[in-house]
Design a binder for this molecule. Structure first.
Ligand code: OXD
Ligand code: MN
Length: 589
């Protein structure tokens, strides 16, 4: 049944935004191929995009953003809930009134001389009860074109909108791209996003972080599901059975590579299918199992370090119909970045369009990206479009830690697993502006993305574990441990399949483990490291729980929890105390 009210309210909102921003024209996007081609042609003409070599990279373009606009601006990102406490101590907060008063002048007339694109999009598979509709209004053709890659855009969304009780509104304008006049504001009570002053994907492609994580996490708590910063993969074992796993790592910590893992030749019969590389929406289904969908339709992933060695499936994905942002350009018109296969070019154009030679700093920005359709990925799961989603057997949390966190461990139960997620820490990366390489608490990898008070978020996680007896097992991994000489102890990438196999074995009650204060770790025999040629003593390091380091960790975790005052669930303090006692050796339970 069509609901004229959803359509009428969309029309009214578009008019209101047009009155405010005063564009030259309003373009309703239908998501068609012809429209996409037209956008690319227009941007190639006005210099917004540079076509890449059409033979080696058909349908590929390079976009360069403003040099001050290359990563998510967490310090300019706000949750504008009525009540400050609902945003919590880990979010910036602005009152809805103040946000309107500050942002309206920035939007006023901001689209003069530009087109206003109305982009309806669907998050999640067509026909899925878990999918949701949003509409982004933007004055950036780059954003409109990117949304055709990242979402199911246009007519399918309009059809769904007409049947939906509501949709998430997002107003975006490039403004003048000045960080002084840049704000990314979320009004969760109104399911509204206002973003001005940035063209960077994480700030400007509103369906992704702003809707599918910040607004969706708020909706998920109200509606009883989970919106998470997680990849989703299917692990196929010899014989063909596929088990699905969701994994949360902070930005630029290898979610995309894990989601597309290609096992080495030694792991015959094993295969990984990609369902998603960044976001999972998870609901308990009628059979009590937790089902995940990937709300996105494309990948917006980090270029540097991506190669045939680290991610051959991604390399196959981005050979065509891909928009690159802030990578370098070789003289032959092909994209280049640090860590790409083959020789370092003896000259190139850097990410800012300047001549570059080896030794002259980074040619590609460390957070340079590509935007590519998921359907082009050779590892894409046959379940990618399944409206029912995929049943999740294991949830993995993980961070980038040179020390402290062992290669893998399993939580004792759901409640302990929530504590493991809530207390996790990771070294910061270039995906957000700010210092790189410092350890910060990043619970469930959601610190920049949880749209409400994280104390309530932890409570919501605890509650979700009581909904069903079929809740997945929870694990923690760390691929990034370094030895005394600073080199990585674990080879990572394709070899991570060995850890996934142990995790699978645990979910089946088959793989052996030793009980330690922090959780169950693999016995050295239960983790297959045959043929790996790990350095002397590496396995010992990888599977060690250093009690002294963990005691320091415990204090850091406590400091983090204290920020939430009384709002933090007592269960987490209880788990914290239990861990302290186990580390002291006074409690082996
Ligand atoms: C991303 C991020 O772009 O997490 O996915 O920053
Ligand atoms: Mn991400």
């Amino acid at each position: 049944m069509s609901s004229p009210s959803a359509r009428a309210s969309l029309d009214g909102w578009v008019e209101e935004c047009a009155r405010l921003t005063q564009p030259d024209r309003v373009v309703w996007c239908d998501g068609s191929e012809a429209e996409y081609t037209r956008l690319l042609e227009e941007m190639s003409r006005d210099g917004t995009l540079l076509p890449l070599d059409p033979v080696t990279h058909p349908g590929c373009y390079l976009h360069r953003s403003h040099p001050s606009d290359v990563a998510r601006s967490e310090n300019l990102t706000f949750i504008c809930s009525q009540n400050r406490d609902d945003a919590g101590p880990t979010n910036n907060w602005m009152s809805p009134q103040e946000a309107r008063e500050r942002l309206e002048p920035l939007f006023r007339g901001s689209m003069k001389g530009r087109a206003l694109y109305v982009v309806p999009y669907l998050m999640g598979p067509v026909g899925s009860p878990y999918s949701k509709v949003g509409v982004e209004i933007t004055d950036s053709a780059y954003v409109a074109a990117s949304l055709r890659i990242m979402t199911r855009m246009g007519r399918v969304a309009m059809n769904r909108l007409e049947e939906s009780p509501g949709f998430v509104r997002g107003l975006h304008s490039l403004g003048d791209l000045s960080p002084e006049r840049r704000f990314i504001c979320h009004f969760p009570e109104q399911k509204l996003i206002w973003s001005v002053g940035s063209g960077y994907g994480g700030n400007a492609l509103l369906p992704k972080k702003c809707f599918a994580l910040r607004i969706a996490s708020w909706m998920a708590r109200q509606e009883g599901w989970l919106a998470e910063h997680m990849l989703i993969l299917g692990l196929e074992e010899p014989g063909g059975t596929v088990t699905y796993i969701a994994a949360a790592f902070p930005s630029a910590c290898g979610k995309t590579n894990l989601a597309m893992l290609v096992p080495p030749a030694s792991q015959k019969g094993w295969r990984v299918w990609t369902v998603g590389d960044d976001i999972a929406w998870m609901h308990f289904g009628p059979d009590g199992r937790l089902y995940a969908i990937n709300p996105e339709a494309g990948f917006f992933a980090v270029a540097p370090g991506t190669s045939a060695r680290t991610n051959p499936s991604m390399m196959a994905t981005i050979g065509r119909d891909t928009i690159y942002t802030n990578v370098a350009l070789r003289p032959d018109g092909t994209p280049w970045w640090e860590g790409l296969d083959g020789p370092v070019p003896d000259r190139a154009i850097d990410w800012q369009g300047r001549p570059w030679q080896p030794g002259a700093g980074k040619a590609a920005h460390p957070n340079s990206r590509f935007t590519a359709p998921a359907r082009q990925c050779p590892a894409i799961s046959p379940k990618f479009d399944d409206p029912a989603g995929v049943p999740i057997s294991a949830i993995i949390f993980g961070g980038r830690r040179g020390r402290v966190a062992p290669l893998v461990y399993e939580a004792f139960d759901w409640r302990h697993g929530v504590f493991v997620g809530a207390s996790m820490g990771s070294e910061t990366t270039a995906a957000a502006t700010g210092q790189v390489g410092v350890v910060r608490r990043d619970p469930m990898a959601m610190i920049p993305f949880c749209g409400y008070n994280m104390a309530d978020y932890f409570r919501h996680w605890l509650k979700m574990g009581t909904v069903s007896d079929e809740a997945p097992s929870i694990f923690h991994v760390n691929w990034f441990q370094t030895g005394p000489d600073g080199s990585y102890l674990w080879p990572g990438f394709g070899e991570n399949i060995r850890v996934l196999r142990w995790i699978l074995g645990r979910t089946r009650g088959q793989a052996q483990a030793v009980r330690t204060p922090i959780g169950h770790l693999p016995t050295p025999e239960s983790l297959d490291v045959s043929g790996l040629r790990l350095s002397e003593g590496a396995l010992g390091y990888l599977l060690t729980v250093d009690r002294d380091l963990w005691k320091t960790e415990l204090e850091d975790q406590a400091q983090f929890f204290r920020r939430f005052g009384d709002r933090i669930p007592q269960e987490l303090w209880d788990e914290h105390e239990r861990l302290r006692r186990r580390l002291d050796g006074s409690d082996e339970s």
